[in-house]
Design a binder for this molecule. Structure first.
Ligand SMILES: [Mg+2]
Length: 331
């Protein structure tokens, strides 16, 4: 076990008991939380989570940030949900969702006046609008087809292949899109090929996140945005720039907002391949909570592995629930 622990770069996934919690929390200025599977599951708050966050902020003086890969909610929607479930009031600037961070990225990366073709929904559109990034494509394909195509009665594949391209489009952004279709995939590919051989990078390819599966209660699941990103990447024969965890871009957004020192920050999450990997990559202390997706069995497999990529998935500590932090936060 010792050899395996050393192999994991010192990260051993120790249980965070109250004494250890006091010392780990004592050295931190900021605590970053993933949301689903950590603070809540669906519409039900994790018992004790709201009280733990209140004490972290009000008594211990920690800066709290919320870091989520979900691109189907705006920052505003997250602040409302935090309030609704009894968490301490949060400002929009404390929330880093992949929709907001994608809009922020495109605002910086696109030349002035350029637009994005977006596979996504209303939240992504709202964040792009707020960031001042012109965009098209969100919503049901029929709506954009009717607007873009002189022959709106064409079959979806045909409009995807024949609708005129907007010359201002210099990026394709792929997020959660419940109206994803073959026609939209056609249009995305045509934009990505619009620079031809002479300027193959004319059009950027950006994905909000790579989560390929979202678990449902009872062992079932639904496909995540990663499946849509893969479809576009496969068609375009290009790799997308990814905004969400484990990409460090999301932590870069947090740092540029709050000037956080990674050595004095903690990442708390329920997924090893997103939350914990981003935290470890960016030099944060990482805590796995067992109220969501990943299990101690998985950690054990990574700890015993010789593969460096798997060792990066081992957190510093774990808790059964973030309510376990409560005893360390008493007066
Ligand atoms: Mg989660």
């Amino acid at each position: 076990m010792m050899a395996a622990a050393a192999a994991a770069g010192g990260k051993r996934c120790r249980r965070l008991d109250p004494a250890l919690s006091r010392s780990v929390l004592g050295g931190a200025e900021a605590v970053l939380f993933d949301c689903d599977g950590v603070l809540w599951r669906g519409e039900a708050a994790v018992p004790g989570a709201a009280e733990a966050l209140s004490r972290l902020e009000a008594r211990a003086g920690k800066r709290l940030c919320y870091v989520t890969n979900n691109s189907s909610r705006t920052r505003q929607a997250y602040t409302e949900k935090l309030g609704r479930l009894g968490f301490p009031p949060a400002a929009a600037r404390q929330v880093f969702g992949s929709a907001y961070c994608a809009a922020r990225y495109l605002r910086q990366a696109l030349p002035p006046g350029a637009a994005a073709y977006v596979l996504g929904g209303a939240a992504l559109s709202a964040e792009l609008r707020q960031a001042g990034v012109p965009h098209l494509g969100t919503g049901p394909p029929a709506a954009s087809a009717a607007a873009a195509c002189p022959e709106p009665l064409l079959a979806p594949a045909a409009w995807g292949a024949r609708a005129p391209l907007d010359p201002d489009v210099r990026a394709v952004l792929v997020g959660y899109d419940e109206h994803f279709s073959y026609g939209k995939l056609c249009l995305a590919l045509r934009y990505l090929l619009s620079g031809g051989d002479r300027d193959p990078d004319r059009c950027l390819l950006v994905g909000t996140n790579r989560d390929h599966r979202l678990p449902l209660e009872g062992g079932s699941a639904v496909p995540g945005t990663g499946c849509l990103v893969k479809a576009v990447e496969t068609a375009a024969e290009r790799e997308a720039f990814i905004i969400g965890k484990p990409s460090r871009y999301m932590f870069d957004c947090v740092v540029s907002e709050f000037d956080i020192d990674p050595a004095r920050a903690i990442m708390v999450g329920d997924r090893l391949d997103t939350d914990i990997l981003m935290g470890n990559t960016c030099g944060l202390t990482t805590i796995l909570t067992l109220t969501g997706v990943s299990t101690l069995e998985e950690v054990k497999g990574h700890l015993e592995s010789d593969c460096p990529a798997r060792r990066n998935l081992v957190p510093d500590y774990y808790v059964d629930s973030i309510a376990d932090l409560l005893p360390a936060l008493e007066d």
